[in-house]
Write a protein that binds this ligand. Structure first.
Ligand SMILES: [Zn+2]
Length: 259
């Protein structure tokens, strides 16, 4: 059975030209990727949660890269073998239909790019993109053995991958205690603040960070259409025009059809 949008939402979606979307871990949950802060998420674990956050911090990456990579391997290992789901593909369809579209994601699983989203701001980076901390070499994290550095080898050995120059390789993601990449912050400001879209859709995020919450609240203040898709209540639920407590794949597919 497909999900039915409220009639008044359908009416407002019809003919929309510009849309900004914000996604969090919830959108990848349907691909089998664990969420971070949500119920049962990686950081929600009472015994391991804080230790995982510590392992994914800038000081750990410097002092004990093997430990940082063991935590990364857990996250990348979950994404490896999983695939983008209906929600990621519905966003590609929405981008195709809208004359202006942009997608801000907090996810590091690379699924939006893999599905085919184009105007993408992956504010926290992509686990499958690599960077040498010493010489600046850039490359991709291999998904199968033989394409080193490879996720399977790292999971098996628990060792941080090394560059040919001898330097430690890191994933091109933002660790705890690191700044957001300035170029991406500027893009997000230009898209959401300087020239706000007609509608902002927030999908599957617990909305903890100000840069995730503010674009939605600002759009609501300016009388733009605001939609939240999340089975749980969050900080923004009371402020949006429509809170759809539905699966991301069903709700976004319905929205793509209504445009
Ligand atoms: Zn290097």
């Amino acid at each position: 059975m497909s999900f039915e949008l409220p009639q008044d939402l359908k009416a407002r979606l019809c003919g929309l030209a510009s849309i900004g979307v914000i996604t969090g871990a919830g959108i990848s949950a349907e691909s089998g990727i664990p969420t971070y802060r949500g119920k049962g998420g990686i950081y929600d674990d009472p015994e391991q949660g804080d230790r995982t956050i510590e392992a994914l911090s800038a000081p750990t990456l410097r002092m004990d890269p093997d430990r940082a990579w063991q935590a990364i391997a857990k996250i990348a290992g979950a994404a490896h073998g999983a695939k983008p789901n209906a929600a990621h593909y519905a966003l590609v369809e929405i981008e195709r239909k809208a004359s202006r579209f942009f997608l801000l994601t907090q996810n590091v699983d690379g699924f939006h790019a893999q599905a085919g989203s184009r105007n993408l701001i992956d504010i926290h980076g992509d686990t499958f993109k690599l960077l040498c901390m010493q010489c600046g070499w850039r490359g991709e994290l291999g998904r199968v053995a033989g394409h080193e550095p490879c996720i399977q080898t790292i999971v098996a050995t628990g060792k941080a991958p090394l560059c040919r120059c001898g330097g430690t390789i890191r994933p091109d993601v933002v660790f705890f205690g690191e700044m957001l990449p300035m170029a991406k912050v500027l893009r997000l400001h230009a898209e959401f603040y300087d020239n706000p879209p007609e509608a902002v859709i927030s999908v599957g995020t617990s909305s903890m960070f100000p840069y995730i919450v503010e674009p939605v609240l600002l759009a609501a203040q300016r009388g733009k259409l605001t939609i939240e898709i999340n089975p749980e209540e969050t900080e923004i639920s009371a402020h949006v025009d429509f809170h759809l407590k539905a699966k991301a794949g069903e709700a976004l597919t319905a929205i793509a059809h209504a445009l």
